[in-house]
Design a protein around this ligand. Structure first.
Ligand code: OAD
Length: 244
């Protein structure tokens, strides 16, 4: 079944110049990055509302920074896996290819994806809470508390926290791609966090063939044209290989 399903997606991609791929934590799982809601999930050990919110940062920036410093230290030595690399390969074969990721680990960029749209931001960029200037920073450990080089304001991770909105311009670009997409592939996301959870539905309404790839079924599996159960690091290379 999986092999036939991969063939179907490969054929759809091969005949379509406009392809969108959405990724979630599942694609980085095989690199060793913990997912959010699995058994090894990050949110199982930490209460998100205590750490990943603007209120938490206002109340205790040292604690929030310690948590991010720990995550940055965990992720920094990790390498992209075969799933990330297969998407780079796919990008080369498709005329109009957009990669949208919810991941903040930066592994798509390390793999060589040209311009992944990081809708939840990245832990490798810091943003000043006063002047909004951003700075690339891969220091591990980071100096707590980091301060803005321009205005001396407090720097925060440039990621989207609970209760915050996504960047409007980025989002409207993504919706444009979804509406024009002929094929959409959704990889390794539980599909429960908005607005990304609705991207597949938007693409489907716009007429795209939408396929999901996940280690297990998700609450959205039945909404799409195809649901492939398997590991991203195994299925994606096979898919990329079959797209001529
Ligand atoms: P989740 O942890 O919610 O879901 C990860 C999904 O990946 C699950 O459905 C797993 O079954 C699947 N999965 C795990 N390993 C896999 C593998 N090797 N191959 C394929 N699938 C695999 O992560 P997300 O859906 O990405 O937001 O979470 C969405 C957002 O919730 C995150 O971006 C984060 C969090 O709150 C923010 O921090 C703003």
């Amino acid at each position: 079944m999986t092999s036939r399903a991969i063939e179907l997606v490969a054929k759809a991609i091969a005949g379509s110049p406009k392809v969108v791929v959405l990724t979630g934590a599942g694609i980085s799982q095989e690199s060793g990055v913990p997912t959010f809601r699995g058994n090894d999930g990050l949110w199982k050990n930490f209460r998100a509302e205590e750490l990943a919110t603007p209120q938490a940062f206002e109340k205790d920036p040292v604690l929030v920074w310690k948590w991010y410093d720990w995550r940055r230290g965990l992720i920094k030595p990790l390498k992209p896996n075969a799933g990330h690399r297969a998407l780079v390969d796919l990008e080369r074969k498709v005329e109009d290819f957009t990669l949208v990721t919810q991941n903040v680990d930066g592994l798509h960029k390390v793999a060589g994806s040209r311009n992944p749209v990081e809708i939840h931001g990245t832990i490798w960029r810091l943003r000043c809470v006063e002047c909004s200037q951003t700075f690339e920073n891969r220091d591990v450990p980071i100096k707590i508390l980091p301060k803005c080089e321009s205005c001396g304001g407090l720097l925060r991770p440039d990621v989207v926290w609970f209760g915050e909105s996504l960047d409007e311009r980025m989002l409207s670009k993504v919706y444009g791609c979804l509406q024009r997409a002929q094929v959409m592939l959704i990889v390794g996301t539980s599909g429960v966090v908005q607005p990304a959870a609705s991207f597949g539905i938007v693409a489907k309404r716009g007429g795209a063939f939408v396929a999901e790839l996940n280690r297990s079924r998700t609450p959205q599996s039945s909404l799409f044209d195809l649901s492939i159960q398997g590991k991203a690091g195994e299925v994606l290379p096979e898919l990329a290989r079959r797209v001529k």
